[in-house]
Design a protein. Structure first.
Length: 380
């Protein structure tokens, strides 16, 4: 008798059928979330498609049946996924090209579930076809080396979001943890101009304040801060000052609020902290410029205790490598503990409604603001 493993068996199933074979608690979350967001566009300006229960540190999506089932059930329309080099000993250029090629292969393998996003129209098409749009993005400009023309290579490969720095400084500018806070370098300004010319989104998440303000001023297109919090609410370097938020919005940009520990000084953020940061950003920027960039996946974590043990090791490695941010500790989760899993977007919508937000404003925050911004930068 021929036997096949469970993953191979499930790979040919629809996400709804796969959901029926999930563990009972996960299946219940899928069922509770299914159908609740069918009419709206939900865009995660920075997130992932992966299973934190598997313990992988790869950036390339993990399109397992469970990941796809819970992503579909969450109502997710599109997500900006991080590919390529962020830190470490690998060659930044080679690592970035490799990740793009590997993700392209996954998209070809899972055409019924996912699609690659190049334009705003592609996001609308993903919604109509009930697929999840993958927006290719970087979180470090190190792969540029000293050649701004590499922007053309990555734009041609489909990269649509380019975050200039991670937490430390690089050859483009200073990150949020760089003490000098020097702003863009001349090369950084050259790269921004090239990104503008190729209609690639310039993302200032993780940047230092002066780098962000300068990029907003020199860019000929609106810029974004795809995943951040508000420093006026919680004073940590990874959060943005009102000056940054206001300037980005005034120039037509986009701000995504994350579901991260930096939203609370204790390091233990809750859903109310996400709402408080969204509310502050809306007051500073206006309701047309604020969205979500969770910096996480929608796949539920089955064993938080086991996950925390592996997380403590990861935090120690990040600190040793000099890439961690103030507010990261072994006891902090990289997510909001009561706003996770496939129901997270629906729950956030409920909380915003309880705050007094209208349905139209909630729809803007959950996806329409990013879609409008993407159309401005990428075209229709």
């Amino acid at each position: 008798m021929t036997t096949i493993d469970r993953r191979t068996f499930l790979s040919g199933m629809t996400w709804a059928a796969a959901a029926s074979l999930l563990p009972w608690d996960a299946r219940g979350a899928v069922q509770r979330s299914a159908g609740m967001n069918d009419n709206g566009v939900i865009i995660n300006a920075l997130g992932g498609l992966g299973d934190p229960n598997l313990g992988s540190d790869a950036l390339v999506p993990e399109l397992t049946p469970r990941v796809l089932a819970e992503a579909h059930a969450s109502g997710l329309t599109a997500v900006n996924i991080t590919l390529g080099y962020v830190s470490g000993p690998e060659d930044p250029f080679e690592a970035s090209v490799r990740d793009i090629a590997a993700t392209d292969a996954l998209v070809r393998e899972h055409t019924h579930d996912v699609t690659k996003i190049l334009t705003a129209a592609d996001i609308r098409r993903a919604k109509a076809e009930k697929k999840i749009g993958l927006i290719y993005g970087f979180q470090n400009g190190a792969m540029m080396g000293n050649d701004a023309k590499r922007v053309d290579i990555f734009a041609n490969l489909g990269v649509r979001v380019f975050q200039l720095t991670y937490n430390p400084a690089n050859q483009l500018g200073d990150g949020s943890m760089a003490k000098e806070n020097r702003g863009l370098t001349p090369f950084g300004r050259e790269v921004v101009a090239r990104l503008n010319a190729r209609r690639v989104m310039v993302d200032l998440s993780h940047s230092g304040e002066h780098t962000c303000l300068e990029a907003a001023r020199v860019s000929t297109a609106p810029i974004s801060i795809n995943h951040t919090g508000c420093r006026a609410v919680t004073d940590l370097p990874r959060n943005k000052t009102d000056a940054e938020l206001k300037l980005v919005a005034e120039r037509g940009g986009f701000i995504g609020i994350y579901f991260m520990p930096f939203l609370n000084a204790s390091g233990h953020a809750h859903a109310e902290d996400v709402v408080a940061n969204i509310d502050h950003a809306v007051k500073v920027c206006g309701e047309d410029h604020v969205g979500i960039g969770t910096d996480g996946s929608v796949t539920q974590i089955d064993d938080l205790q086991a996950y925390q043990a592996s997380l403590a090791k990861e935090i120690a490695q990040r600190q040793a490598a000099g890439i961690s941010a103030a507010g990261e500790r072994p006891d902090t989760y990289p997510f909001v503990v009561d706003l996770r899993g496939p129901q997270q977007f629906h729950k956030l919508a409920q909380l915003l409604a309880q705050k007094g937000y209208s349905s139209s404003r909630i729809e803007k925050i959950l996806g329409l603001n990013f879609l409008r911004f993407a159309q401005t930068v990428w075209g229709s």
